[in-house]
Design a protein around this ligand. Structure first.
Ligand code: TYC
Length: 136
């Protein structure tokens, strides 16, 4: 007898709920339910596969202003976002021309840390550069 046969005979079925693998036992037709009155309208659903959830991702953005030197912004992108000079210059010019641009995409704590590092560094150098994060 295959597993599928023996499982279904005892009333168990494999199913998926919200993408999660589950086992479902329909007890509605059984004569008793754990010594209680006939098991009308009861069911058991058991998780069969450990759930792994993908973390939410956050964009770290920098905003344009009229005072922060272009070279300083390029330095920020190289130092905190591991951009090479060419990529850093492209992002800086994009922000300069469009008002806002993406430095990178990270999990929550990493994004938070990047924002703090940029804001602290800009403040130390008395530049008004603003850095924010937004959920993807
Ligand atoms: N607009 C600034 C300037 O002309 C340069 C700049 C670019 C500032 C990007 C901030 O996020 C920024 N000096």
């Amino acid at each position: 007898m295959s597993c599928v046969d023996s499982c279904t005979r005892r009333g168990w079925q494999n199913l998926t709920i919200g993408g999660a693998a589950m086992r479902f036992q329909d007890r509605r037709m059984q004569g008793s339910n754990d010594g209680q009155a006939p098991g009308r309208g009861t069911a058991v659903i058991t998780r069969t596969k450990p759930k792994t959830k993908k973390p939410s991702l956050y964009r770290v953005l920098i905003l344009n202003d009229d005072y922060t030197p272009m070279e300083f912004v390029i330095h920020i992108l190289e130092r905190f976002f591991q951009k090479d000079r060419e990529a850093a210059t492209r992002i800086m010019l994009h922000v300069h021309n469009h008002g806002v641009g993406e430095c990178g995409v990270y999990t929550f704590e990493v994004a938070e840390t990047k924002v703090s590092q940029v804001m602290d560094f800009a403040r130390q150098h008395q530049h008004p550069l603003q850095c924010v994060m937004e959920k993807k």
